[in-house]
Write a new protein. Sequence first.
Lengths: 156, 156, 156
Amino acid sequence: MDLGLRLGIDDLFAAYAECIDEDRLEDWPDFFVEQCRYVVTSRSSHEAGLQHGVIYAASRGMLIDRITALRQANIFEPHRYRHIVGPIRIEQIDATVAQVRSNFIAVRIMHDGEMGLFAAGRYLDRIALTSQPYRFIERLVVLDSQKIDTLLVIPL
Amino acid sequence: MDLGLRLGIDDLFAAYAECIDEDRLEDWPDFFVEQCRYVVTSRSSHEAGLQHGVIYAASRGMLIDRITALRQANIFEPHRYRHIVGPIRIEQIDATVAQVRSNFIAVRIMHDGEMGLFAAGRYLDRIALTSQPYRFIERLVVLDSQKIDTLLVIPL
Amino acid sequence: MDLGLRLGIDDLFAAYAECIDEDRLEDWPDFFVEQCRYVVTSRSSHEAGLQHGVIYAASRGMLIDRITALRQANIFEPHRYRHIVGPIRIEQIDATVAQVRSNFIAVRIMHDGEMGLFAAGRYLDRIALTSQPYRFIERLVVLDSQKIDTLLVIPL
């Protein structure tokens, strides 16, 4: 495996987290290919083989719709995340797709400055390597806790 | 230092965390060479030069015994960890052994979904480079807090 | 971009965190060039374009003074941090300077073992590449929460 590929994946992960954490959510769908899949689910649902999740999108258009709705609704208390992602493990790779996984946590910061551990879990990803910058074909966010559901507005 | 070596160490760290966090504890001893040393200790004990710790194992066999006991006893409330490891610092390296250190935190997720910061500290490692995948000759887990002892069942 | 450069930056980040977390604060100013800038600020101040911060230093000498004062005053309850830094994103790079950013959290551990999430935020850095080891020309620490101010004694 060559260095460029590893660095390209690192960059994708860092840019993805920065996009969300800096509230540039309109740019978020662009981290995915057109025919993508983005799912946030809990470990228990994932292990039970359930295909849907707390958040489910099956195309980039659905991701765009989600952000539009989030910006318009605005019924939730303003907050931000700070993502920390651990070492990225490359499971499988060929000329066009990399399958990788990583651990992450997200700290949530409320508008008044209150801060707490919000989510912990894994990213299970399939990444398209055929163009630069790399994009997600699939990003499966498996949360360790099932307690998070109703609070989840911003993507992880 | 070549790239393959750095990536091999990264992979070892990611695979180690995944093994524990995904509850594949029976695979955990295989991350160590036969004549290994695995110690979980607190910073104050470590700085005082104490050789033993909250958990102490001096061979892979002792690691296997620990997991067997943990699975049979089953007297603790079910829980999982999620490890996040920071940048890995290579302190010293020769043809056969790398000495590295890293910061980590472990989030603990209880069966009911309660989640909290459980441990923070450092890994002080000696890694055998003579076969693939790399294995730990020594993994010294130095916890920042001494308050953790009685709760520690699953390895870190 | 070559591997040596990327690894040099990784090493700088790991060594910087270790220096602070292991309470070798007297070595901390040496991570900066002589004519440096070190600022700890909040996101809201940063976004408002304010140049100063909770901590502000415009030379290595000011960093040394800060550590001297911290060691002499000693009016705060003893504590330590544990930093976890996520993937490092290289924004721009030329022959002499790299501009990079990263997410971090700091856990704080009090003398009695109490432990909690203390800070989350971003490092916005400019790094001098002209000598080894690399040093910071500027390290801007942008905290996600503005609630931290009065507790901040040890640098982040």
